[in-house]
Design a protein around this ligand. Structure first.
Ligand code: PAF
Length: 282
């Protein structure tokens, strides 16, 4: 696996593959890679001849009181894991490569509507930063397709919207959420969980299952959301939201609508966890 820190080197590599007639798949990450990320690489590999991953902890998607500084950075093990997985190239740009005029003077992105709800409400500016960095990465890598996890469901929708609206010639491939044996969705932030918090964190998936089952039993949406919030609070969480939404993230009206999903964001100690469950999925 080639590791590139400059855009020129990355582009030369991708151009070479294009000359050989190879298609290019892309997996953007912020590093601290786990089995969930490796599964994204596997999925990209199934759809493309060559796979590029990127590792960039993007400062513009973190709020002032969020965990940018302490976000886990593990480049060595990440590089080894990607190479073992058969990733063809890693793009590891410094901040100056991504934001040549600095993060205060960079071109802004804003995806309207969908970024004003759920995580967008609780993390103002977060999705602007995500859209901004993903647009840059698409321009830099110029992939045929890119893989994004369904765990970050709202992020996936923001990127789909942006890609379509900006006519990026990139196919967006969603990847299923990978879970630990006890149901906890894999996430780099799980390692912040202290002591009993790791066990308590499984309540998020249990609550999502409760929300799905309650919808199947016909409980009204507001009742499902209230009960889910109460369950999480009783377990010690501070709940940002526990909601049932349609697949486009508009508000659900009735529990028997097709294509519903439940989404939760909740804090346990210093750790903010998000997860979701699509009712029609497995
Ligand atoms: O999901 C992530 O890891 C990040 O939000 C992404 C898509 C790599 C953009 O920084």
């Amino acid at each position: 696996m080639q590791t590139h820190t400059t855009l020129a080197a990355l582009r030369a590599q991708v151009r070479q593959w294009r000359r050989e007639g190879a298609s290019v798949g892309f997996v953007p990450t912020m590093g601290n890679l786990h089995a969930g990320h490796h599964a994204l690489v596997d999925l990209a590999r199934r759809h493309a001849d060559r796979v590029v991953a990127s590792i960039f902890v993007n400062p513009t998607q973190f709020g002032p009181n969020e965990d940018y500084a302490r976000y886990p950075r593990t480049p060595e093990s990440d590089i080894n894991g990607l190479a073992e997985r058969g990733c063809d190239a890693l793009f590891l740009p410094p901040v100056e490569q991504m934001y040549p005029y600095g993060t205060m003077a960079c071109v802004q992105m804003h995806v309207p509507g969908i970024t004003d709800i759920l995580d967008g409400l609780h993390r103002p500016g977060h999705f602007n930063g995500v859209a901004q960095v993903v647009a840059r990465l698409f321009n830099m890598v110029q992939p045929d397709l890119a893989v994004f996890g369904r765990k970050d469901y709202q992020q996936l929708q923001v990127i789909r919207y942006m890609t379509k609206e900006m006519s990026f010639p990139v196919e967006i491939i969603p990847a299923p959420t990978l879970r630990e044996a006890d149901g906890l969705a894999m996430s780099s932030r799980n390692q912040y969980l202290q002591g009993d918090e790791r066990q308590t964190a499984t309540r998020i998936h249990q609550t999502l299952l409760f929300m799905r089952d309650a919808a199947r039993q016909g409980l009204p949406i507001a009742g499902i959301e209230d009960q889910a919030t109460a369950r999480l609070e009783a377990a010690g969480f501070t709940v940002d939201y526990a909601e049932v939404r349609r697949s486009d993230l508009s508000r659900a009206k009735a529990p028997d609508e097709p294509g519903l999903l439940a989404l939760i964001a909740a804090r346990l100690g210093r750790t903010r966890l998000i997860d979701n469950l699509e009712f029609d999925g497995s």
